[in-house]
Design a protein around this ligand. Structure first.
Ligand SMILES: [Zn+2]
Length: 137
């Protein structure tokens, strides 16, 4: 037998709300914001280059996956732009090497940060580029 956390009256085991005051029992009415394992995998896909299209294009994803998929697509577009810029300088021997190294490392770092956010079930923006929105959610 449970007791209402708000008013202290007895609540039957099957009841989701207190019959006396209407308070949800054991958080029954609270929808948990924690991601399930499917959300985690879909979130990780969001930061694996073109695989971000999978969580982005599948409808009915949780808001957690959706937000990460949009971040992943934004990152992907930025990376494409960066690689085009690297291509423009491909005729400059040393500069091209430096640029491609920087872009490669940055792409890797942003993907890693995104995946860590997903693994920690955190719905946060990527640093530095988080507010650059080339596509909306
Ligand atoms: Zn109550």
């Amino acid at each position: 037998m449970a007791y209402c956390s708000k008013c202290g009256s007895q609540v039957n085991d099957g009841d989701r709300i207190c019959g006396n005051c209407g308070e949800p029992v054991n958080g029954a009415n609270r929808t948990p914001e924690t991601a399930n394992s499917n959300d985690t995998w879909m979130g990780i896909l969001s930061y694996l280059g073109f695989l971000a299209l999978i969580p982005y294009l599948i409808k009915d994803q949780s808001s957690f996956v959706r937000a990460h998929a949009v971040r992943g697509i934004n990152l992907l577009i930025l990376e494409v732009i960066a690689w085009v810029a690297v291509g423009v300088f491909s005729w400059v021997p040393v500069l091209n090497g430096i640029l491609s190294t920087v872009v490669g490392l940055a792409s890797f770092a942003f993907s890693l940060i995104g995946i860590i956010n997903v693994a920690n079930k955190e719905d946060k923006e990527l640093p530095f580029i988080g507010n650059i929105r080339l596509i909306k959610g």
